[in-house]
Design a protein around this ligand. Structure first.
Ligand code: NAG
Length: 151
């Protein structure tokens, strides 16, 4: 029992990314499987707080919803319809196109210092918004939508 516990400690560790974000790292597939499948009901539950309550419509999204029938139904919807290989692959050309646009943009700027983290974050936001909303996040009506949502 003791040695099993010691092995577990080596496979799971707790970090604070950038000294702020508490993060748990699981470094083995067998422990990850236990967390994500066997004990999913324990790890899937989220603590209630005011911010997530208001931002997620009373904790009614897949990220902040409390574990229960509603969350299980949302997860089923995601795994069976939204996050299937077919769905993910259907956006491959869109992702490729956005990466090519970013590379061309970098080439056109010539030899200047570039904040690549900012560009990759922007690329990620553009690809995510294109896949979810069909528009880039800078598009005016999408900006208005986010303004209404957060103000
Ligand atoms: C993201 O989209 C905006 C709006 O079209 C554009 O200005 C920006 O360059 C794009 N970002 C990247 C990394 O391509």
């Amino acid at each position: 029992m003791k040695s099993e516990y010691m092995i577990l400690i080596w496979k799971i560790f707790h970090l604070h990314l950038a000294s702020l974000v508490p993060t748990i790292v699981v470094s083995s597939t067998d422990v990850a499987e236990k967390i994500l499948k066997t004990y999913d009901h324990i790890f899937a539950n989220k603590p209630h707080n005011e911010a997530t309550h208001y931002l997620a419509y009373g904790q009614k999204n897949i990220i902040f919803a409390k574990y229960g029938p509603y969350w299980r139904n949302m997860r089923k919807l995601c795994t069976q319809h939204l996050l299937t290989n077919q769905k993910i692959n259907s956006f491959q050309s869109l992702r490729r196109q956005q990466v090519e646009l970013m590379i061309k943009s970098l080439q056109n700027e010539g030899r200047v210092v570039v904040d690549l983290s900012e560009r990759v974050a922007s690329l990620n936001a553009n690809m995510t918004c294109l896949m979810v909303f069909g528009k880039k996040y800078m598009d005016e009506d999408l900006k208005l939508y986010f303004k209404k949502l957060f103000i």
